[in-house]
Design a protein around this ligand. Structure first.
Ligand code: G3D
Ligand code: MG
Length: 201
């Protein structure tokens, strides 16, 4: 019986576009990551890293990964733009929080921004993937050290969480990160919550 339900749920997910919200401080590498996702998963290559401009509004990427259609929202991360993040919380299936792993001087600011976001009830239960970006930079913090700084063990009491190292510029680690996202969104009850909320509108 469970197999039948989970099969139906899987079929529904295949039709529905899943929403992933990319947030993090400015210069963490969110837009570079978004463009890398386009290059890895679509026929139209994204912009190369040296063509990416600071984000003021919103950038989007639609693509299919592991048979599931995904829509990524990349929202500006400068201090004056972070208030916009919450507009996307209610409809996102998962959050990707991008951190510049080489910029230890901003870890505290990044952790505070992440904690503020996760305290919003509209993100209830949303799987969280923290990406330690710029892993190519010599001296970048290891994902284990960053998991400690960002309190991943405590965060995982409230939601599925993972910390993974990536290099958005080259794409290293990005496919493994997307796989974690898709698998955890599939397992999450949040998808059902969002579906009900959308049907009620
Ligand atoms: P944001 O969208 O989070 O604000 P951007 O960040 O994607 O605009 O990237 C900010 C800077 O970080 C860019 O450099 C970009 O090339 C760089 N960057 C992004 N990802 C990586 C990475 O994986 N490795 C390294 N070494 N740099 C990366 P500039 O020089 O344009 O500011
Ligand atoms: Mg940007």
């Amino acid at each position: 019986m469970f197999g039948l339900f989970s099969g139906c749920f899987e079929a529904l997910l295949r039709k529905e576009e899943l929403h992933v919200l990319l947030i993090g401080l400015d210069k963490a590498g969110k837009t570079t990551l978004l463009e890398r996702l386009k290059t890895l998963y679509t026929d139209l290559p994204g912009l190369e890293a040296d063509k990416v401009l600071p984000t003021v509004g919103l950038n989007l990427a639609h693509f299919q990964a592991l048979g599931i259609p995904l829509l990524c929202w990349d929202v500006g991360g400068a201090a004056g733009l972070r208030g916009i993040w919450s507009k996307y919380y209610g409809e996102c299936h998962a959050v990707v929080f991008v951190v510049d792993g080489a910029d230890r001087g901003r870890f505290e600011e990044a952790k505070a921004a992440l904690d503020r976001a996760l305290a919003d009830p509209d993100l209830y239960g949303a799987p969280l993937l923290v990406l330690a970006n710029k892993h190519d930079v010599v001296g970048a913090a290891s994902p284990a050290d960053m998991a400690e700084v960002f309190g991943l063990v405590q965060l995982s009491e409230m939601r599925p969480c993972s910390m993974q190292a990536v290099t958005a510029r080259t794409g290293e680690g990005v496919k493994a990160a997307v796989q974690w996202l898709v698998e955890n969104i599939k397992k999450s009850q949040r998808s059902e919550l969002i579906r009900r909320r959308m049907l009620a509108q």
